[in-house]
Design a protein around this ligand. Structure first.
Ligand code: CTP
Length: 401
């Protein structure tokens, strides 16, 4: 669940070409569970219709103070401002930035802004010369001094055809900034978690490899859950179709067990927690053919070398790090899992038994048993992988309580 879930957001849309991106922005915010009230400036109607944004936000969009004469109603800027948990102005044109910085409130959006007591986020968008103009820089500095968060414009091709800074941040980035900012008070806010996920591919020749059926879903779900609780995540991922778009997750794609080993050791010193959810190949072909191997004899065998055990190698050098491993067993599950805790110097093991229906590779569900260093055993129900991810992150939180 996103930290934006249940949040009331006033989205101010002003008159720049980037206003077209607010359709996606409203969608993303709504998808994250936020309630979005769009307030547009009159000029922004030239770039996106109120109808589009009211349909997506499922609320009427406001632009004017006064509704039709017949209705005798008006849009109370104070009520709108007090309703909001946060206010986001995106895109914010140079004109609106200047007015916000100097207290001009000649339209509904500016009046709501002036009345708002909630945190304010501003995503500027304009042509590059306007963006670097000293007056814009001064206005942004003034707005920062009011404790507003500026979501900086990005480099790229601008609507004018010029290339430079001024493009509004992508909606995904804006949502990630809001989430990160709201996560600041979350329990894992200062924790960095390294998660391994997916299979590893061990090359045989330029076109073939030895792999496994791991989908990577478990590791990615843990990453998603950990960032929701405020953690920063390094996701060392073998080849998978899983996707994650969050500025707080740094995905490092790897192919083989050796690649994964090197990346994990490179970052180990700077992390607080490791969750080894990857299905790492235990062996790799001894010699990788440089050319595609041609079929000849009826039989073909490959000599394999043992891969390093990544988790055990981290367990051997761990200092303060909290280490969580997985164990996939088919018999004497608990005994084997306990042996792995000792052998790999783990703090917690998540045991999967292939004897449990609904558990294991490629399934949306999982049934796990937690076993800690003191061999305390905690069997869990069959759950979705998302719910298992929540249980695992709860265990991390308990460790820091
Ligand atoms: N693991 C690892 N590096 C490896 C093998 C496994 O980091 N080369 C990690 C996995 O990510 C998992 C845990 O170790 O968290 C357990 O893996 P598993 O394959 O169940 O255990 P093994 O040590 O390989 O033992 P065995 O194959 O004998 O069951």
């Amino acid at each position: 669940m996103s930290v934006l879930s249940g949040k009331k957001i006033v989205l101010g849309v002003t008159g720049g070409i980037a206003a077209y991106k607010t359709a996606s922005l409203v969608r993303l915010l709504s998808k994250a569970g936020a309630e979005v009230q769009v307030i547009m400036t009159p000029a922004s109607h030239q770039f996106i219709t109120p109808f589009t944004l009211s349909t997506l936000s499922k609320k009427p969009v406001y632009t004017e103070f006064f509704n039709s004469k017949e209705s005798g109603t008006w849009n109370n800027h104070v009520d709108l401002a007090l309703w909001a948990d946060l206010m986001l102005v995106a895109p914010a044109t140079a004109n609106t930035l200047a007015k916000m910085a100097h207290g001009l409130c000649g339209n509904l959006l500016l009046a709501v802004y002036m009345s708002a007591k909630c945190p304010v986020y501003i995503a500027p968008a304009m042509d590059l010369d306007m963006y670097i103009h000293p007056s814009t820089a001064q206005n942004l500095a003034t707005l920062t001094s009011y404790n507003h968060v500026i979501i900086p414009a990005e480099e790229g091709e601008l609507a004018s055809g010029l290339i430079g800074k001024g493009r509004m941040s992508e909606p995904e980035t804006i949502v990630a900034v809001l989430e990160a900012s709201l996560s600041k008070d979350l329990p894992l806010q200062n924790k960095k978690i390294l998660i391994t996920a997916g299979p590893t591919y061990e090359p045989i020749d330029p076109v073939r490899f030895i792999g496994n059926h791991s989908s990577g879903k478990m590791g990615y779900d843990i990453a998603k859950e950990a960032v929701k609780r405020g953690a920063t995540v390094l996701l060392v991922s073998g080849p998978t179709n899983q996707k994650i778009e969050d500025s707080r997750v740094h995905v490092i794609p790897v192919i083989s067990a050796q690649d994964m080993y090197e990346v994990c050791h490179q970052y180990f010193d700077e992390v607080d927690v490791v969750v080894a959810a990857a299905a790492v190949a235990d062996y790799r072909p001894k010699d990788v053919a440089t050319q595609k191997i041609k079929k000849k004899a009826d039989e073909f065998s490959i000599t394999m070398d043992k891969n390093p055990d990544i988790l055990a190698s981290l367990g051997a050098i761990k200092k303060q790090q909290y280490l969580i491993g997985f164990a996939l067993e088919t018999e004497n599950e608990v005994e084997h899992a306990k042996e792995k805790i000792v052998k790999k110097n783990l703090d917690l093991i998540v045991l999967n038994s292939l004897n449990d229906t609904g558990a294991g590779f490629g399934k949306p569900t999982n049934k796990v048993t937690f076993i800690d260093r003191a061999f305390h055993i905690e069997p869990m129900e069959l759950k979705s992988k998302e719910a298992v991810a929540q249980d695992i992150v709860n265990k991390i939180m308990q460790h820091y309580e």
